[in-house]
Design a binder for this molecule. Sequence first.
Ligand SMILES: Nc1ncnc2c1ncn2[C@@H]1O[C@H](COP(=O)(O)OP(=O)(O)OP(=O)(O)O)[C@@H](O)[C@H]1O
Length: 679
Amino acid sequence: MEHPHVGPGRSTTQPDIATIEDEKAAFASNAIDPRQLSLSWSDITYDIPLSKKKRKALASQKEEHKQGDVEKGLAEHDAVAAAAAAASTPASGVPPLAPTDRRILSGVSGSVNKGEMVAILGASGAGKTTLLNILSARLSSVGTLHGRVLFHNRPRDPDSWKRTVGFVEQEDMMLGHLTVEETLAYAARLRLPDKLYTRDQKTQRVQDTIDMLRLQTCKDTRIGSSNTRGVSGGERKRTSIGTELVSDVSLLLLDEPTSGLDAYAAYSVVEHLRSTTQQRGLSCLMTIHQPSWALLKLVDRIQLLARGKVYYEGPPSDMLAWFNSIGYEVPEGVNPADHYITIAENLDGSEQGELRVQKLIEAWATRDEGARVSAGLSSRASSEESVAVDTLLDAYKVWPTSWLGEIYTLTQRNMLQLIRDRDTLIGGIAQTVVILIIVGFAFFRLGHDQSDVLARVGVLFFLVINTIFSVILPVITPFPLQRAVMKRERSAGTYRSSSFFMSKLFIDIPSNVLQRVPFFVLFYWMVGLQKSAAAFFIFLGIGSLHVVVGVCLGLFVGSISPTIEIANILAPMITVISLLFGGNLLPSPPPWFIWLHYISPLTYAYSALAQNEFIGEKFTCTASSTQCYATGEQVLQQYNLQTFNIGECAGFLVAIAFVLTIVGFVGLRVTAHPKFRYS
Ligand SMILES: Nc1ncnc2c1ncn2[C@@H]1O[C@H](COP(=O)(O)OP(=O)(O)OP(=O)(O)O)[C@@H](O)[C@H]1O
């Protein structure tokens, strides 16, 4: 296969537009077929360190083995057996197992070719997900990995890998308020490179995907969430698959796409996958849990795993013949898939069961030797093809759209989510109204005698506390889902984390300020604060700035917390500490905690609002007053609220918002950065 722009001296990092246009033309004329790409893996062995407890148990179990007791825990027994087996066959390509490790996968080889659908099957704990994680480069950093994974006969290229492979996770992380069509449209807008596709072509790709996955009837239905009804489970899964298929992936990996679905929905998902795989010439690899026999017959090849080892690989149709040949026939009326998975488990922990499992694995390993060599040979491509693939992959080494384009699309998507989330909107308004009625009437139209002085101080402190609490929670609550969606999309190299963060700021700040301003206006009038236009607008300005700080604090907490549980602990903790040191609750904070007073945003918001209210105000003193504040300045002095003037307080609030934003962004990059492991 030849390509006009392929040459030994060509740069492989930044494709210029002319080259990309030519590549696009080459795609169209089939001069380069992106779907030539296929995946192969050989001798994959993966060991993880045993926990301390397990190491101890293993040591004591070895002791018991010496005394002739063989019926012990399977995992530990497997580790010993695997170590012994590996040590006894050094030529097999499987390294020996360290005594402190546990073997999860052992010498697993296989491949998926163009237009082919391959399923990995096995009992729970057989190693299916681990294998898929290794192949998709999403393996965690623990453990030692041996073996090779090749993408079109070359090691996976970290620069282009994530954009050429689609990974459908078991959990479908999608935004519940978007419709099926919108979900696919945003995926296409963000994932298809602007340099290769016009807006119309992206729209066409969405329609093609809807047609291919037969989602026409539900394309205008919302995805839904645990609280709101949306599409069915099968439609949801097909949409999730669609978000990968709208992009230019040539390889699709799916982790248990049928789990949680009824038999019909599961069959339908795999049937659609099969037709899509064939129509688009994809390579499709999935793990499946408890498939029906009818479903299994849809896939081209099956790889059966038991204890991290292959004990069958080939078409489903040949499976019966193979197992019959080694003496394991399927009883009448039993699903062959279930039967073959069950016999590879030693459920009762018996010696007989153990021998059966070992026999199944060894029978295949003996037969597999020749097949493995021929598989390696058949997948070797010509050097011309490999160079053409290099050229093709170059187009996927850069971000698909511009930074501003990403921010625009993500902001638009966030906006849709926000305005359609009626429960949160109505809940927020209801909460505001209730608090306004209670506080407004409790402090209604304050006067100027001595009791009103205390009431004014109290109501302003209440306002800053209430503002921070009302803002921070709605910012944090949707964060975990948005973050999970972001992680999935960023794992596919879709957009920069800064675009996600900016789009959050662009939506959360204006929406919260707009929601709070009517509250501030009514609050001001009901309580009867200073009757001057300047004071009113300063009040609104400081109040809004305080809302911005609350949003930034919410984003900070959401960003640095890897889970919602941690966010739920951190948010009240930070807020309570801020209010403890930001007001008059502690008349003289301990010197070693004084810094908490200066970093609390409440300090500045409260001080600015109090100065705005009290400067120039006069109060009446009566003969019965034990303590009399005749002027507002005396009040400010008494409560130590004039350390900084209003302008300085506003400056500190801006600075706190800025620092929270920067630290939050860094936190997000650290806690939600997609990690890939290629070796
Ligand atoms: N990081 C890890 N730490 C500890 N154990 C692990 C780790 N990764 C995998 N395992 C173990 O490896 C074995 C295989 O796990 P894996 O999730 O791949 O199984 P599976 O076949 O996908 O099972 P299931 O169908 O139940 O999801 C399990 O016993 C699991 O506990």
